[in-house]
Ligand binder design. Structure first.
Ligand code: SAH
Ligand code: DHB
Ligand code: MG
Length: 217
């Protein structure tokens, strides 16, 4: 098996279970036209985020790392009518594209994109959030996880993207992203309030993984 087959199977899954999606096609087209990097979650993963948030019964969702709002739209689709989503994004240009995409998707009233370094914005937020998705700079994951636990309640679900990164999680060189992801695993493992696992994934974004954690108390 190789990248081409992973991509073909992702397209098969999307055709079989996701179907056409004009809104999300536009989100990706607008993001590409604006020159944003093509690093949004894959469609089957986006729908999994939506389903996990729905299964958790999430009314308040926090996302760290918006990019053009692709995963944000999937998560916003999980919200009940009185729900709300806050998404944090460092790059003003990314946030601007995301806000346009979210408005076009009909979520302007329930989603707020806050611009700045997540580490500066997280202390200003009021919890609890029911579902938290970590997907910004990987060196920041340890700090984002600690804030996620502070902003959680018993039952909150925390998902983190890119916890395998083509196996670079095992990179011994001291590269900051790898160090951040490894330190994130250590903190998750040492946090008595959470129960967690991670799974490897393959698909049109290559070989990577999701970490799934539940705050117990
Ligand atoms: N969740 C998106 C992809 C996010 S890509 C999706 O799946 O559709 C990672 C994003 O995190 C980028 O837009 C990047 O600008 C942002 N980012 C990087 N460092 C950050 C920081 N310190 N604080 C907040 N966002 C950051
Ligand atoms: C990168 C970031 C992501 O969130 C992702 O899913 C893939 C790549 C990156 O910064 O390279
Ligand atoms: Mg990611």
């Amino acid at each position: 098996m190789n990248f081409d087959s992973w991509t073909a199977v992702d397209h098969f899954i999307a055709d079989a279970l996701l179907g056409p999606d004009k809104v999300l096609d536009e989100v990706l087209a607008e993001s590409e036209a604006a020159g944003l990097p093509p690093i949004a979650v894959a469609p089957p993963q986006g729908k999994m985020l939506m389903l996990l948030a729905q299964i958790a019964g999430a009314r308040r969702i926090l996302e760290v790392g918006t990019l053009g709002g692709y995963s944000t739209v999937w998560l916003a689709r999980a919200l009940p009518p009185n729900g709300e989503l806050v998404s944090l994004e460092y790059a003003p240009r990314h946030a601007e594209v995301a806000r346009r995409n979210l408005a076009r998707a009909g979520f302007a009233d329930r989603v707020e994109v806050k611009v700045g370094a997540a580490i500066d914005i997280l202390p200003t937020l009021t919890g609890p959030f029911d579902f938290i998705f970590l997907d910004a700079d990987k060196a920041g994951y340890p700090a984002y996880f600690e804030w996620a636990v502070k902003l959680a309640r018993p039952g909150t679900v925390i998902v983190a993207d890119n916890v395998v990164r083509e196996g670079r999680v095992l990179d011994p060189s001291g590269e900051p992203n790898a160090v951040g992801v490894r330190r994130f695993y250590d903190l998750v493992a040492a946090e008595p309030r959470v129960t967690a696992t991670a799974i490897q994934t393959v698909g049109l974004k290559g070989w990577d993984g999701f970490c799934l954690a539940r705050v117990e108390r």
